[in-house]
Write a protein that binds this ligand. Structure first.
Ligand SMILES: *[C@@H]1O[C@H](CO)[C@@H](O)[C@H](O)[C@H]1NC(C)=O
Ligand SMILES: [Zn+2]
Length: 486
């Protein structure tokens, strides 16, 4: 009886109709802040990350569930959708130069292990540079080069690292020493791609300065012997999407909103994508107070986005055509609080009214909106593949928008609170509009050429699963999408 007053209050509010103005007013900067503070703490308590396959991700799931499944249980139905994916982590990497000196080195995601404990000690073989096409990623660039038993010294840049490694392997190399294309040691971690598990040789990425010095010694006829050691884990781990939908609304007319819940291994992921996660959680907290909206609202927190949009693809791949038909719109929010934000609306040819709903509000706050074509780098990709109308917001990654992108400094201090609040309110308004009224929303494109893309993705899933199973069995003692593959 302790709660009767609160209950009466709640039920009185629960009778109200959802409007765009109410949804907007419910989004408050200090509540968004509270959510991000929690996610930041979760990362801090779990080794600085909330990445797929880590305890920080599990704790992030529990945090969202404590709200949607416990606190919002009267108004929302929540499902946890499990899936498996290959967890990859480089536990140790070293490059040791000819005089026994330790060289600065980074490891790409999905780097295979060298033999352990010794690694590979072998002579370097230099390879030609082509900054226009990228170095050593075209078969003809390898003509006449025999790298048998050697470590191939290759310049980074322009083309996928995995292509360089495949060709180096085909030409007999035991491993690759990749030197960066720009000076210094502040360079990004690329991914070799889960689709290449089992097909590559180990690689270490060293500074341009070191590469240049070794090239000079090789040119002088010296035998430059180097050691490369990579100790990596590659194994299947379970992960989860959280799907939460209103009891209110027609189950045959669903409007969806999503954000990814995972971070990269390198950091706590507070802008990427704590911001989208917090925005849709606060929107759920608003929506649950209202009734009478004709369309069901479904929230999705996706897992393993940073590993190649894995969770959202898993979700869209497992929808039947009838289930896909019921989803009338999908809004995606990924990185909506960059410290120096642009206000970029992502859309596709059949986005309909979504982008203009977002634009209207953001421009009313005095911000200039930019438009970007759908580029497949976030969780809307699987929805586009299904022909479902999508729109999203994005405030920029890397300099000048988010210099802490995919780094340990993407923490609670890496947020533009004004921009974040504007975007979250815009998202709340847009969702409230389509929850009440689907005018301006085009039908699902069932003839889109992307449906072929969908079939291809299904194939990829099966292949990757098979190969990664293979990889974890041989277990050689043994980081979308925003995927930087160069
Ligand atoms: C994930 O893998 C585990 C262990 O192999 C298995 O028991 C489980 O059914 C798998 N889950 C899914 C969703 O495939
Ligand atoms: Zn992201």
């Amino acid at each position: 009886m302790k709660f009767s007053r609160a209950f009466l209050f709640a039920s009185a509010v629960a009778g109200e109709l959802l409007t765009q103005d109410k949804a907007e007013a419910d989004i408050k900067t200090d509540e968004l802040q509270r959510v991000l503070w929690n996610l930041n703490k979760i990362a801090r308590d779990n080794g600085g990350t909330r990445a797929f396959g880590t305890p920080g991700y599990k704790a992030s799931v529990d945090f969202i569930l404590e709200r949607v499944q416990t606190r919002f249980a009267k108004q929302l139905d929540t499902f946890v959708q499990p899936f498996n994916w290959t967890y990859d982590e480089t536990l140790k990497i070293s490059v040791t130069g000819p005089a026994g000196e330790n060289v600065f080195v980074i490891s790409p995601q999905y780097n295979p292990s060298t033999p352990l404990p010794g690694g590979i000690t072998a002579s370097l073989i230099n390879t030609p540079v082509n900054d226009e096409t990228g170095s050593m990623c075209l078969p003809e660039q390898w003509e006449g080069i025999d790298a048998t038993g050697k470590l191939a010294l290759i310049k980074r840049g322009t083309c996928a690292v995995s292509d360089k490694l495949k060709l180096a392997k085909a030409h007999g190399a035991l491993g690759v020493i990749l030197y960066n294309q720009a000076p210094g040691t502040d360079y990004a971690t690329p991914t070799l791609g889960a689709e290449n598990i089992g097909l590559l040789i180990p690689v270490g990425i060293i500074p341009l300065e070191v590469g240049t010095a070794w090239i000079a010694r090789l040119a002088a006829g010296e035998d430059v012997k180097v050691n490369l050691l990579v100790d990596a884990v590659s194994e299947q781990r379970e992960s989860w999407n959280i799907i939460s939908e209103t009891k209110e609304g027609d189950p045959n007319k669903v409007v969806m909103v999503g954000a990814h819940l995972d971070s990269v291994q390198e950091g706590p992921g507070i802008n990427d994508d704590g911001s989208g996660t917090a925005a849709i959680l606060e929107i759920a907290g608003s929506i649950k107070k209202y009734r009478g909206f004709p369309h069901k609202i479904r929230f999705g927190w996706w897992g393993a986005e940073e590993n190649g949009l894995v969770g959202s693809y898993y979700y869209t791949e497992h929808l039947t055509p009838a289930e896909a038909d019921k989803i009338k719109y999908y809004f995606n929010y990924d990185m909506i609080a960059s410290p120096f934000p642009k206000y970029e609306i992502s859309s596709y040819e059949n986005s309909g009214v979504g982008p203009s709903l977002l634009e209207e509000y953001i421009e009313s706050k005095g911000k200039t909106v930019e438009y970007a074509e759908f580029d497949g780098r976030s969780d809307y990709a699987g929805f586009v593949d299904l022909g479902i109308p999508v729109a999203g917001l994005f405030t920029g990654d890397g300099a000048p928008w988010d210099p802490c992108y995919h780094q340990a400094c993407d923490d609670i201090d890496n947020i533009n609170w004004e921009g974040f609040t504007i975007n979250a309110k815009a998202a709340a308004r847009a969702l409230a509009r389509v929850a009440n009224d689907l005018s301006g929303v085009p039908p699902r494109l069932t003839t889109t050429p992307n449906l072929r893309g969908r079939a291809k993705m299904t194939q990829n899933f099966k292949q990757w699963e098979k190969r990664s199973e293979g990889a974890s069995h041989t277990h050689m003692c043994s980081h979308g999408s925003k995927l930087n593959v160069f």
